[in-house]
Ligand binder design. Structure first.
Ligand SMILES: [Zn+2]
Length: 256
């Protein structure tokens, strides 16, 4: 529902920080309007009507007033507060990591249903403690894909030959792998990480799924070795791309 002065939508609270003496600046990821910064006036005051609503990771229904520079929260009703996640430090760290990734990877005010659904699904899986590790990996791969930086795992980045089924070194700078013949082509790369054969098999499967654009239900079983390996790869690649992504988002904000 939209009027000139207010809009109503559902959203997830990604983060917030102090804004003056009594207010909070909340980053809200909304279904219909994307990621929006909103001021929650007097949210730091005792008995504020917003104090429980703007807790991190809450799913909320909000009414937002448009401002000249910043929008502000009129109403904030909790739909789901993910209490199981918040009562367990491991789950909480995974939930906060997921929301931080969205903050870093997604531009403000650009609706993105796919990422909204992926984050909500991931939080639901954490809340019900259903295939947590698988869910985290699937969420990160979807985010990488939507951001347009899904790597190449099928063929050599340099000569386009199919990669052999074995362990390979992946380089974040080139978003892929050099085959054995091309291993010396990019001698100046240093963001390398070895990906094991089984993990590469899984990543190729995901690459095929993503390229086919068909609806996909993620239900792959991954053993502990593969999970650890994928987590190591994702940590290195996401850190590298988030830095680049952040620079491009800052640039976009600067020129718009
Ligand atoms: Zn090659």
């Amino acid at each position: 529902m939209v009027s000139n002065k207010t809009y109503v939508t559902e959203g997830l609270i990604l983060n917030h920080r102090d804004f003056g003496e009594t207010d909070l600046l909340v980053t809200l990821f909304t279904k219909s309007f994307g990621k929006v910064p909103v001021v929650a006036r007097r949210a730091k005051m005792p008995n504020s009507k917003f104090s429980s609503g703007v807790q991190l990771l809450n799913k909320v229904k909000v009414s937002i007033g448009r401002g000249r520079n910043l929008d502000h929260l009129n109403e904030c009703e909790i739909i789901d507060s993910f209490q199981t996640i918040k009562s367990n430090l491991t789950l909480l760290s995974k939930g906060l990591f997921s929301s931080e990734l969205v903050v870093n990877f997604i531009q403000d005010r650009t609706p993105n249903f796919q990422v909204f659904n992926a984050l909500e699904q991931n939080l639901n899986n954490l809340e019900t403690q259903k295939n947590i590790d698988q869910s985290m990996i699937w969420f990160q791969l979807q985010l990488i894909n939507v951001s347009g930086v899904f790597p190449e795992f099928m063929v050599c980045i340099n000569c386009n030959e199919n990669l052999k089924r074995k362990d390979h070194v992946f380089y974040s700078e080139i978003g892929g792998i050099n085959c054995d013949n091309c291993i010396n082509v990019n001698a100046d790369l240093y963001h390398g990480v070895t990906i094991l054969e089984d993990s590469l098999g899984f990543l190729r499967h995901i690459q095929r799924v993503i390229r086919s654009s068909k609806p996909y239900f993620f239900d792959k079983y991954l053993d502990d070795n593969t999970l650890n390996d994928l987590n190591k790869f994702l940590r290195i690649y996401l850190t590298y791309t988030a830095e680049r992504q952040m620079k491009s988002i800052k640039f976009l904000d600067l020129v718009n």
